[in-house]
Design a protein around this ligand. Structure first.
Ligand code: M6R
Length: 369
């Protein structure tokens, strides 16, 4: 049942090309237009949406944060990401033109279910992005968009995360298509590119030997930092979460732009730092800015573990290690850059002799508040 792998997590990391591919399946017509009849929500209601709030916890909330960048860019609808357990208590601004999108692998997370109930009581339109058929959250929502990652057994979420980003992108592109006039990119072109991602993940997975080796020699490490910018920021947060829960190592994710506002004080000789570098073609010179962050921390002795696109030569002089990912347009990069971070946490946990699939103190689905 582990498909020849030692752990469910490793198997599920390798299921990711299929998780993304299956989540895209059947959601476009022959012309490449998005068709989401499964939502069964009146198109007029969706067109009227003027605010989106994503509610989720943990890894699902990071998927939502990645999606925020894309959905706002494509639709120009303001998107807020709320941790589900905070949402109910912050007097949220929600009305019948608010689309509340919950993201949950299990569909049973109590905090998320209660956030959805609260949103409905305030009149919001609720859509559940969920991996489990017939679970509580999709049953209690107005509509559901299933992720097709297949059952996820390991406590640490991997393939569900990629499927959640994919499903949220499909939803964002669909909303953009409905609204037409404000659309920044061509939905068909984005969908076509999304369809190329599973093969890229599969090829990336064949190049993870060095990441495994790096992890193997880091079992004494006390703290690891993760930096990212734009969609790489939630990926840095996710990389840190994976390391905390699997290897019990203190790990923090930061937005690279925050460095000089505090976190750079943490840099001392030998401090390992992962940097998720935006592709060289990312707008607003973000690539250049992150490369100069790498320079800054390297000058202070950090050990720089750089995740960069295959065509990115500029990072090489400042990297102790470069982990290459295939080329994609900027918004699709998270579907690739997270993979080495998952593999790193898996192998560091293994190197420490820990239980990868069942980390201490954690449950696969958190059904109490
Ligand atoms: O089942 P859900 O997606 O609602 O679960 C949400 C979080 O509890 C979950 O993602 C958790 O953070 C994972 N253990 C992370 O790997």
């Amino acid at each position: 049942e582990k498909g020849g792998f030692d752990t469910f997590m490793e198997k599920e990391i390798h299921d990711q090309p299929q998780a993304v591919g299956d989540t895209l399946l059947g959601r476009t017509d022959a012309q490449g237009r998005l068709v989401l009849d499964e939502l069964r929500i009146d198109e007029e209601k969706l067109r009227a949406v003027d605010r989106i709030t994503i509610v989720a916890c943990g890894t699902a909330a990071y998927a939502g944060t990645v999606a925020k960048y894309a959905i706002e860019h494509w639709t120009r609808i303001p998107v807020e990401v709320a941790l589900a357990h905070e949402f109910r208590y912050c007097d949220p601004i929600v009305d019948e033109r608010t689309l509340v999108v919950s993201i949950s692998q299990s569909g049973e997370t109590a905090d998320t279910a209660m956030a959805v109930r609260h949103a409905r009581s305030l009149g919001a339109l609720t859509v559940s992005v969920c991996n489990t058929h017939g679970a509580t959250i999709p049953r209690e929502s107005d509509a559901v968009l299933y992720t097709h990652a297949g059952p996820e057994i390991a406590v640490a979420s991997t393939k569900a995360f990629l499927a959640q980003i994919t499903a949220c992108y499909v939803l964002g592109l669909y909303l953009a298509q409905l609204r037409g006039e404000t659309f920044a990119d061509d939905a068909k072109a984005v969908m076509a590119e999304l369809h190329t991602v599973p093969d890229k993940i599969a090829s990336l997975l064949t190049t993870m030997d060095r990441v495994q080796e790096i992890a193997r020699f880091m079992s004494d490490t006390r703290a690891v930092l993760f930096l990212g910018r734009h969609v790489g920021f939630p990926i840095a947060m996710e990389g840190a979460l994976k390391l905390k829960e699997l290897a019990y190592i203190h790990a923090e994710g930061f937005a690279a732009g925050e460095l000089k506002h505090g976190p750079i004080a943490l840099i001392e000789p030998g401090q390992p730092v992962f940097i998720v570098v935006p592709g060289p073609d990312t707008p607003n010179e973000l690539h250049k800015k992150v490369v100069s962050n790498i320079q800054e921390i390297r000058a202070r002795g950090a050990r720089t573990l750089v995740i960069a696109q295959e065509d990115d030569e500029e990072v090489t002089p400042f990297a102790d290690e470069v982990i290459r990912v295939p080329h994609t347009s900027p918004l699709l990069q998270p579907l690739l850059t997270v993979v080495p971070l998952q593999v790193f946490a898996l192998h560091l946990s293994t190197a420490k002799g820990l239980d990868v699939d069942q980390p201490r103190n954690l449950a696969k689905s958190v059904t109490v508040e």
